[in-house]
Design a protein around this ligand. Structure first.
Ligand code: GDP
Length: 297
């Protein structure tokens, strides 16, 4: 995870430890390298710049300059500012005290949305809930079959219909009725349509599902591999749907870090979970402090 970012940050920060006493000039140079490392990790320019401004302001203060190990103090400041950038977050979702909680999962095609529905169902089941999946991604016929297979693997009920002659709202409504009929289901996860790019038709369909189903939580599956593009998609989805949470997918891959570092800052929406592998048990709660620790290595 984030190998390039971690090694660039280590280089930038270890430069500060060289040559004994630090001056304000050394610190500013070192932090310029930190900024470069963030930009290379696909962090948006304005965010990288204001991040470094905040760190610099604290790092060139008397307390740091007079410290026995000013370099360690600066690493500490960077660590804390990384936490502030990615947090705060309450991991997990809130559920209705009674009745069925509806979670609407959305995202672009290929982002890992369908897989994440399965991962979430598995995790909730492990926590003692009774989830059910609804196959409302009618755009990609394979998605319906995929969700059925995943539901079998995690052993939860699934509602699926043939995509002809129906629409996403109907499928979701039928799914909810089916969940009520089953009696014990307390959480319904809607796997909604994705497309390769955001377009008006997609957003209208999702807005209709949101209006008619009134989900308790709207969650965006955000492909960490696609960096700033993923963050921009999250922003567009949030403008249309008011997201409650983001699940960052594919963090196990060769991701540069930009999406993880900036999606909260850009959208104001917290990252709730991270996907760290293709298998259905590869979903972890997101902790900004742990992530900052991993990034700094
Ligand atoms: P959808 O089109 O958004 O529903 O995407 P899918 O759920 O079909 O996922 C697209 C691909 O990404 C599949 O090959 C998944 O196995 C893979 N994938 C999903 N989540 C993760 C993850 O956290 N890590 C890795 N490495 N692959 C993932």
């Amino acid at each position: 995870m984030f190998e390039g970012l971690t090694s660039n940050l280590k280089n930038a920060l270890s430069g500060l430890a060289r040559g004994g006493k630090l001056t304000e000039g050394n610190i500013r140079d070192g932090l310029r390298e930190v900024r470069q490392a963030l930009l290379e990790a696909d962090v948006n320019y304005d965010i990288a710049t204001s991040f470094i401004e905040r760190v610099t302001e604290q790092a060139v203060g008397e307390k740091v300059l007079k410290a026995v190990r000013p370099d360690e103090q600066i690493v500490g400041i960077v660590h804390q500012e990384l936490i502030n950038l990615m947090g705060p977050v309450e991991p997990g979702f809130s559920f209705k005290p009674s009745g069925i909680t509806v979670i609407m999962m959305c995202g672009l095609q290929g982002s890992g949305k369908t897989t994440t529905c399965g991962k979430l169902a598995r995790l909730l089941k492990e926590q003692g809930r009774e989830p059910m999946l609804v196959a409302a991604d009618l755009q990609r016929p394979a998605a319906i079959e995929q969700l059925k297979v995943i539901a079998g693997q995690v052993d939860v009920p699934v509602h699926a219909e043939s995509p002809e002659g129906t629409n996403a709202v109907k499928v979701c409504q039928n799914g909810l009725s089916q969940a009520k009929k089953l009696g014990n289901v307390d959480t319904v996860i809607l796997d909604t349509a994705g497309r390769l790019h955001i377009d008006q038709e997609l957003m209208q369909e999702l807005e209709q599902v949101e209006r008619k189903l009134q989900p308790d939580q709207v969650v965006f599956a955000c492909d960490a591999m696609t960096g700033q593009d993923a963050v921009n998609s999250a922003k567009a989805f949030n403008e249309a749907l008011e997201l409650d949470g983001v699940i960052l997918t594919k963090l196990d891959g060769d991701t540069r870090g930009g999406a993880a570092l900036t999606v909260k800052e850009v959208t104001g929406v917290p990252i709730k979970y991270i996907g760290v592998g293709e298998a259905l048990d590869r979903l972890e709660p997101f902790h900004p402090d742990r992530m900052a620790g991993r990034i700094l290595g």
